[in-house]
Design a protein around this ligand. Structure first.
Ligand SMILES: [Zn+2]
Length: 61
């Protein structure tokens, strides 16, 4: 089993990733990093893995 990610060969994915910051504990991680997806809502909501605060809360398009 390898950890090869096919999308890493896509030039559009080589740009600097968007970093998100937790306003509460200042945890930082890429938008697709270790944030916790909150499935209990239809909204696009990401929770901080460190303090559990809401970092992203957007209506789904
Ligand atoms: Zn936090």
């Amino acid at each position: 089993m390898t950890l090869t990610d096919p999308s890493s060969n896509d030039p559009t994915c080589r740009q600097a990733k968007t970093l998100l910051f937790c306003p509460t504990c200042e945890h930082e991680s890429p938008a697709d990093g270790d944030w916790i997806d909150d499935d209990s809502t239809a909204r696009h909501r990401l929770l901080c893995p460190r303090c559990g605060d809401i970092v992203v809360d957007q209506a789904q398009l």
